[in-house]
Structure formats: structure tokens, C-alpha cells
Ligand binder design. Structure first.
Ligand SMILES: Nc1ncnc2c1ncn2[C@@H]1O[C@H](COP(=O)(O)OS(=O)(=O)O)[C@@H](OP(=O)(O)O)[C@H]1O
Ligand SMILES: Nc1ncnc2c1ncn2[C@@H]1O[C@H](COP(=O)(O)OP(=O)(O)O)[C@@H](O)[C@H]1O
Length: 201
């Protein structure tokens, strides 16, 4: 429910359909979810590079451009994570409307929040990608040293340790970064996109 009264939705002079036709590709969200260190950013950026090389207009949303900017007022309580994902969902919808592919790399630990973003979009505009990696493997990687700090209690409410992570119930794609190389993970996603007609090169 909006807090603002007397607001009017403006239709755009250029439609989403026209933007897609100009771009020569569909616009949609590749929503990566998984534990910290599972490989969301690595795989999302590698897929974005591949799309860029294939003339697809895409953009990666991750902590760097969201938690340092639009969401810098939010922390890691369940409520703040929910609001984080809600705002990212709304921003993603704008990207889709602008005719671009958006790749989001957030833990997004709650099924309900991911489903709410799905519901904002049309059926063929949301692809949930579960970046699967066990907590043991993520902790062994510990690329930012955060698991060590979480185990020592220096970081509170850390996903997988002191805050929950709900595995996706119905993801379109499951990518296992323990079993497959980065290149294989990218190829799996590209093959999915090609198979479903998302990928036009
Ligand atoms: N308490 C706690 N729990 C989890 N993660 C933490 C925490 N504190 C800081 N970080 C760092 O913030 C990144 C997760 O932010 P997200 O916006 O993706 O989280 S969420 O979707 O709102 O749950 C996460 O980035 P990734 O490692 O890329 O997942 C961490 O680097
Ligand atoms: N198959 C793989 N896919 C993605 N990352 C991998 C893979 N194998 C090893 N890694 C490593 O795991 C780490 C994942 O870190 P990152 O992409 O920042 O994860 P996240 O964004 O989920 O926190 C990186 O150091 C990356 O090189």
C-alpha cells in the first residue's frame, strides 16, 4: 500500500515491447540466490560478460550498487533483508521495463520474498537461479573472511550460521558450484536461456 495520496501512474511513450524490438532481445530478471560465498557474484558477472559479448543489454545488481547506495539504511535483520529484496525487486522491474536483462546477486534467504518479486513480474520475466553450495564449502572458501568472523560472534545474524537460508522450492535453474567450474555454470545458464528462447544472438 502506497503512503502517498493523489499519485497517478504514467504510461510510457515508448513501450517495453518497442524497447525489446529495438534491442533485439527479451528483457527479464536472472535472480541468483544462495549462501554467502556460494558464487552468486562470480557466476552473475560471468553470465553478464557473455551476454554483453553477444549484444544483449544487461546489468548486474549486487551489494556494491545497492547496499552502498539505495539500501544503505538497511542491515541484516529479517525485516531489513525483506525490505532489501522488496526494493531490489522493484528496481529490477524497472530494468525489465527499460528492455534490459538484469542479473541480481543477493542472498535473498526467504522464499516468500523471492516469490513476491516473481509475482511483480510476468511469467517469462523471472528466472530463479539457485547457486547451490554447501555451507561447509562456502565456509572453506570464505572469500571475504566473514564466516570466520561469524563463528567468533563478531558478525551477528550471519546467513547459514545465525540467520536462516531457505533453499528455493521451485527454481528454474540449479547450478552446483561445488561440482562444476565457473565456465560450466555459465554454460548451463546460457543453454537454459537458449533452450527457452530467451537468448537471441
Ligand atoms: N550478517 C550477514 N549475513 C549475510 N551476509 C552479510 C552479513 N553481514 C555482511 N554480509 C555481507 O553482505 C552480503 C549479503 O547482502 P545481501 O543484500 O545479499 O543479503 S540479503 O539478501 O538481504 O540477505 C554478503 O555478500 P555475499 O558474500 O556476496 O553474499 C556479505 O558479504
Ligand atoms: N564453480 C564456481 N562458481 C562460482 N564461484 C566459484 C566456483 N568455484 C570456486 N568459486 C569461488 O568461490 C567464490 C565465490 O565468491 P562470490 O562470487 O563472491 O560468492 P557470493 O557472491 O555468493 O558471495 C569466489 O572466490 C570464486 O572464485
Amino acid at each position: 500500500m502506497s503512503q502517498s495520496a493523489n499519485i497517478t501512474w504514467h504510461d510510457h511513450a515508448v513501450t517495453k515491447k518497442e524497447r525489446r524490438e529495438r534491442n533485439k532481445h527479451h528483457s527479464y530478471v536472472l535472480w541468483f540466490t544462495g549462501l554467502s560465498g556460494s558464487g552468486k557474484s562470480t557466476v552473475a558477472n560471468a553470465v553478464a560478460k557473455r551476454l554483453f559479448e553477444e549484444q544483449t543489454n544487461s546489468y548486474v545488481l549486487d551489494g556494491d550498487n545497492i547496499r552502498f547506495g539505495i539500501n544503505k539504511d538497511l542491515g541484516f535483520s529479517d525485516e531489513d533483508r525483506k525490505e532489501n529484496i522488496r526494493r531490489i525487486g522493484e528496481v529490477s522491474k524497472l530494468f525489465v521495463d527499460s528492455g534490459q536483462v538484469v542479473l541480481t546477486a543477493f542472498i535473498s534467504p526467504f522464499q516468500e520474498d523471492r516469490d513476491r518479486v516473481r509475482a511483480l513480474l510476468e511469467d517469462n520475466e523471472f528466472i530463479e537461479v539457485y547457486i547451490k553450495c554447501s555451507i561447509e564449502a562456502c565456509e572453506a572458501r570464505d572469500p571475504k573472511g566473514l564466516y570466520e568472523k561469524a563463528r567468533k560472534g563478531i558478525i551477528k545474524e550471519f546467513t547459514g550460521i545465525s540467520s536462516p537460508y531457505e533453499e528455493p522450492a521451485h527454481p528454474e535453474i540449479i547450478v552446483d558450484t561445488e561440482k562444476h567450474s565457473i565456465e560450466e555454470c555459465v554454460e548451463q545458464i546460457v543453454q537454459y536461456l537458449k533452450g527457452k528462447g530467451y537468448y537471441i544472438s
